[in-house]
Write a protein that binds this ligand. Structure first.
Ligand code: GLU
Length: 524
């Protein structure tokens, strides 16, 4: 059975080649990495890819061993399929289909509050994925730079948390959704910004990063952190956007003054400095390729999957993801959390950064926006993603009850773990656990590899209550295991030495269960 599930691993053809001729083609080995999503520009694989390229066309066992020694951990993960998304090519194909469908959506308008955003090609579309094990792919215009706008807010928040700690920082900014637009002139009942994902909150968080340092050092620091999150990919800065943000910033100035009037800031804050810092953060430029790695760093508890750098503390990332879940998508945040259920942050440049905790980071960019300021195709992409994959935060409660995919698990593994758990519960007579598993979608009729069903096991172990429950469920009473035995055969065999099985025999017989000879002759 395990060999059939391994068929889907990119390394299968490699092992077959070794078994058959004792060598493997270099192309097959390379393909094994690429199909797993480990790309040639991966900082972990630089030396390894170089060595593979240098190796001959045919790699024998000795050279294979040498290559393995270059990057033992990565090699093992790839060859054994121990990666966050084991069937990566299939996952990619599904996402490609979604991307293609979304590309036909031409609804929405470009942001027009600054001319720079109005000049962007509205048809641009890009999406990138990076798993928490650094498996990547990108689609469309994924090398194009765009300004991050409000997608800067989660990072600014994490940086402020690193600097101040949760307790101090949240004396200056709340954690509640505002229920108002992102730049609404409003503060909470304590006179503080509602949360760090709206303008007032981001301006406040910015004020708390490296307090007292020069503006230039603060900016350098932020840029270096963005780069670190992105696995050292290039992060840019759009000066024209920055200048025009500054020129058209009446609302943000109003917010900043409003906070000052309410005495919301810590002492010695220079209002112009913190606003400029905020405009600079909005004007940081990136690609979806890099933004997906940043999102994956958040999905991985602050640890960049490509470099292993611990950029943020895991508890700070947890705080950030909580706020992205409740406040990350402007006035659509509640609806997004309900329908899609993936922590996300969008920006008016048309970018959305998505974080599937412990699985992957994703970035989508398409500049046309809906009336709430979210990218139309971006939201469409997220919706379709959530309807194809079990990525909703609370999908863990629905278990196997629907047929959406769970790319983090091998298909057989997820199916079998449910069946095994059910059979074990039946063998132990744990009816409460059986009920729970049935509620989660386990088919109580399915047997294990040997065709042993929960009823076989319950009958064999003398579990009266479990047998009764299975009869109530209406399971097939006469399924035969690989040795041709029915549950009644099991119970009868055990009853020869144990009295405890007699009520089970009575119960099964009363409901029409048969022994193997009768089953066979009935079916003949
Ligand atoms: N620079 C924009 C502003 O502060 C950010 C808008 C956004 O992406 O939400 O108004």
């Amino acid at each position: 059975m395990s060999s059939s599930s391994d068929d889907h691993l990119p390394s299968t053809s490699l092992f077959r080649a070794f078994a058959k001729k004792g060598t493997v083609e270099r192309a097959v080995l390379l393909d094994c990495f690429l199909a797993s999503g480990i790309l040639e520009d991966d900082p972990r694989g630089g030396a390894l890819f170089k060595a593979i390229r240098k190796a001959g066309e045919e790699i024998d066992a000795e050279s294979f061993q040498m290559l393995q020694n270059v990057s033992p951990a990565l090699f093992e993960q790839v060859l054994t399929g121990q990666l966050a998304i084991p069937r990566f090519s299939e996952f990619r194909q599904e996402v490609e289909l979604i991307f293609e469908r979304v590309s036909h959506n031409h609804d929405g308008q470009l942001a027009n509050y600054i001319p720079q955003l109005e000049r962007v090609d509205p048809d641009k579309l890009a999406a990138s994925v990076c798993s928490v094990d650094g498996q990547r792919f990108s689609l469309g215009d994924s090398e194009d730079f765009f300004c991050v706008q409000s997608c800067s807010k989660p990072i600014t928040y994490c940086l402020a948390l690193e600097d101040q700690g949760e307790e101090v920082l949240h004396q200056y900014v709340g954690t509640e959704p505002s229920g108002k637009t992102f730049n609404e002139l409003t503060l909470n009942a304590k006179g503080l910004p509602h949360n760090p994902m709206i303008n007032a909150g981001a301006i406040m968080c910015g004020a708390l990063i490296k307090r007292g340092a020069d503006a230039s050092d603060r900016f350098d620091y932020v840029m270096s952190k963005w780069k670190e999150c992105a696995g050292n990919m290039k992060i840019g800065f759009d000066n024209a956007v920055y200048l025009s943000e500054r020129q058209t910033a009446d609302r943000n100035f109003a917010l900043a003054y409003f906070m000052r009037e309410k005495k919301a800031y810590p002492p010695d804050v220079n209002l112009l400095d913190i606003l400029e810092f905020y405009f600079q953060c909005c004007s940081i430029e990136t690609t979806t390729k890099a933004m997906a790695v940043i999102a994956a760093t958040l999905a991985n508890g602050g640890n960049c999957p490509l470099t292993g750098a611990q950029v943020f503390r895991p508890d700070h990332v947890k705080n950030c993801l909580s706020l992205m879940s409740s406040c990350g998508m402007y006035d659509f945040s509640g609806e997004f959390a309900f329908r899609i259920g993936i922590p996300a942050k969008s920006g008016v440049s048309g970018a959305i950064m998505l974080v599937v905790p412990n699985v992957a980071g994703l970035a989508v960019w398409s500049p046309r926006l809906d009336e709430l300021g979210n990218s139309v195709r971006g939201v469409d992409f997220c919706r379709q993603l959530a309807s194809r994959f079990k990525f909703h935060t609370f999908d863990s409660t629905t278990g196997l009850t629907d047929d959406r995919l769970d790319p983090r698990r091998n298909l057989y593994e997820s199916r079998l773990s449910g069946i095994n758990a059910f059979c074990w519960a039946a063998a132990e007579g744990d009816v409460a656990e059986m009920r729970r598993l049935v509620a989660r979608g386990i088919n109580p009729d399915v047997g294990d590899y040997d065709g042993r069903t929960a009823l076989h096991l319950a009958a064999c172990e003398g579990r009266v209550a479990a047998v009764r429950y299975l009869i109530e469920l209406g399971v097939n009473l006469n399924s035969v295991d690989r040795w041709g035995n029915t549950p009644l055969d099991d119970a009868s065999r055990e009853a020869q030495s144990k009295d405890s099985h007699k009520p089970i025999i009575a119960m099964l017989s009363e409901h029409g269960a048969k022994q193997k000879n009768t089953v066979r002759s009935a079916s003949n």
